[in-house]
Ligand binder design. Structure first.
Ligand code: AMP
Ligand code: GLY
Length: 430
C-alpha cells in the first residue's frame, strides 16, 4: 500500500526528512508545508497555514493523508497532535510527534527539570523563580558561584539562555527576563542552574508510546556563529556524526542513566509521545548530564543523523506512530557524515533575503546539499532565510567528509554567503 504523507516544516531538517521519505517504496504523494526549494524537487510544497487547524484537517481529508510528520517544535507545543487525535475524521492518520503536554519537555525548562529530578536523570542542580520572586532570584545569585546559567522558562527561539560571567550581568539578565519580560510570557519564569564544564553532544531517541525505543546515531552541532565557538548563538552552523569521543563505555552510560529513565518517565507520566526525543547532553569527566530536552529532531543534526540511519522511513515513521518500533529493521552506517551551513550575511541578527544562488552541484552518492532558507522565483534559486544551505557529505572519516562538504561549498555562492571554516575543529577527526 502507498502512503500519502504530510510533512510540516521548511528547514534543512525537513529537506533531509523529505529526501528519506521519498526513498521509501511505499511513498505515495508527499506534501511539505510550507517546504523550500529543495523539498519541491522531491515532493509537492503546499502553502498551508499550520496554525489554522481546520485548514490542516481539510487538506488531510482532501488528499487522503495517512501519515503526518511534524518537524519543528512550535506546532507540537501549540497542540497539532492533540487536534489530529481528537478529530473523529482524522483517526486513520498516523502522526509523529508528542502532544502538547509532553511537548512541555521542550516548551518549559522548569517542567523538564522537574521531570529529570523525578526520574533521577543526571542534570545540573537548579532553582526556578517566578516574576514575583525577582528579589529572591537576585539574592540567590549572591549565594552561588560564577558563571551563572540563566534560562527563560519558555520557548525563546534559542535566545533564552544566558551564561553570565559575573554577578552584575546575571542580575541584569534576571531583571530583563522577569521584570522587563524580554521574551514576554516565555521569560516570566526563569531557571538558574549550575554551570557544567564539559563537551556537548546530542542523542536522538525514537519512541513509540511503549517501552520500545531506538537510539539514532549521535551527533554534535556547532551553535555559535563565530570560529572557535565564539559570538552569538545560532540555530546551528554545522554538525558531525558519529561523535568521535563517544566510546562504548560512554554510550552505555548514556543509555542506562539517561535514555532508559527518560523513556520510562514518559511512560509513567502517561504522556502521549510517539516521536523523537532530542537529548542535549554535556559530558563531564566521561559522565552524561542532560542540558535540555527537545521534542523533535535537531537542525542541522538531522542532516547528518538521517544520512547515517538506514531504514525504510515510511515504515519507521508508521512504527513510531503505531507502537511497533521493535519490528523495524534499521542499520547505522559506518561512514561519517558532516554538514556545513551557509548563512546569510548578518545572521543570526538582521539579514537580507532574495540573493541569487549559483554553483550547486547535483546530488551524487556521497554529497547532497540540503536546502534550508531557499525558494525558487521564475526558475531562479534565491536565498530566503538566515540559514540557507546545508552542504552534507559522507566520508570514510569525519575529516574526509568535511573536506567534501567544504569542497562543494567552495563552488557555490550567493551575495553575503557566510560559513564557519572550522566545523569539527575541537575533535580528533582522523
Ligand atoms: P539550552 O537552550 O538549554 O540548550 O542551552 C543553550 C546552550 O547553553 C547549550 O547548548 C549549552 O552550550 C549552554 N548551557 C546550557 N545549560 C548549561 C549548563 N548548565 N552549563 C553549561 N552550559 C550550559
Ligand atoms: N541544533 C539544535 C536544535 O535543533 O535545536
Amino acid at each position: 500500500m502507498k502512503h500519502n504523507v504530510l510533512l510540516i516544516g521548511s528547514g534543512g531538517r525537513e529537506h533531509a526528512m523529505t529526501w528519506r521519505i521519498a526513498q521509501s517504496p511505499s511513498c505515495g504523494e508527499l506534501f511539505v508545508a510550507p517546504g523550500n526549494a529543495g523539498t519541491s524537487s522531491l515532493a509537492t510544497n503546499v502553502n498551508l497555514d499550520i496554525s489554522d487547524l481546520q485548514a490542516v484537517k481539510a487538506f488531510c481529508l482532501e488528499r487522503a493523508i495517512d501519515l503526518v510528520v511534524v518537524g519543528p517544535e512550535q506546532p507540537l507545543v501549540d497542540g497539532i497532535i492533540d487536534f489530529i487525535r481528537s478529530e473523529e475524521e482524522l483517526q486513520q492518520i498516523a502522526v509523529v510527534g508528542p502532544d502538547s503536554t509532553a511537548a512541555q519537555l521542550e516548551g518549559s525548562k522548569e517542567f523538564a527539570k522537574e521531570f529529570m529530578s523525578k526520574y533521577d536523570i543526571p542534570t545540573a542542580a537548579y532553582r526556578s523563580f517566578q516574576a514575583n520572586e525577582l528579589e529572591e532570584a537576585l539574592a540567590y545569585i549572591d549565594q552561588i558561584q560564577a558563571p551563572y546559567v540563566i534560562k527563560a522558562d519558555g520557548l525563546a527561539a534559542g535566545k533564552g539562555v544566558v551564561i553570565a560571567e559575573d554577578a552584575d550581568t546575571a542580575k541584569n539578565t534576571l531583571i530583563a527576563f522577569l521584570k522587563d519580560k524580554q521574551f514576554g510570557e516565555a521569560s516570566s519564569k526563569v531557571v538558574i542552574e549550575a554551570f557544567l564544564k564539559g563537551i556537548e553532544m546530542s542523542c536522538f531517541v525514537a519512541v513509540d508510546g511503549t517501552e520500545n525505543y531506538i537510539v539514532l546515531p549521535r551527533a554534535k552541532d556547532y551553535k555559535r556563529i563565530g570560529e572557535g565557538d565564539t559570538g552569538l548563538n545560532t540555530g546551528g552552523m554545522g554538525a558531525i556524526s558519529p561523535v568521535p569521543f563517544e566510546d562504548q563505555a560512554l554510550f552505555k552510560k548514556i543509555e542506562e542513566a539517561v535514555v532508559k529513565p527518560t523513556v520510562q518517565g514518559i511512560l509513567s507520566e502517561g504522556y502521549h509521545y510517539r516521536g523523537f526525543v532530542f537529548i542535549g547532553l554535556m559530558i563531564v569527566d566521561q559522565n552524561p548530564f542532560v542540558i535540555e530536552y527537545n521534542v523533535r529532531m535537531g537542525d542541522p543534526e538531522t542532516q547528518v543523523v538521517f544520512p547515517r540511519f538506514e531504514t525504510d522511513y515510511i515504515d519507521f515513521f508508521k512504527a513510531i506512530a503505531l507502537g511497533n518500533l521493535n519490528a523495524v529493521e534499521h542499520k547505522e552506517l559506518q561512514e561519517a557524515a558532516t554538514t556545513v551551513i551557509a548563512v546569510s550575511k548578518g545572521y543570526p541578527q538582521s539579514y537580507e533575503k532574495g540573493k541569487a544562488i549559483t554553483g550547486l552541484a547535483p546530488i551524487d552518492n556521497d554529497r547532497i546539499v540540503f536546502h534550508a532558507g531557499t525558494k525558487t522565483d521564475n526558475g531562479q534559486l534565491l536565498s530566503n532565510g538566515g540559514r540557507v544551505l546545508a552542504f552534507t557529505s559522507y566520508g570514510s572519516t569525519i575529516q574526509n567528509a568535511l573536506d567534501k562538504s567544504y569542497e562543494q561549498l567552495s563552488k557555490a555562492s550567493f551575495e553575503g554567503m557566510t560559513f564557519r571554516k572550522d566545523i569539527g575543529f575541537d575533535l580528533e577527526t582522523e
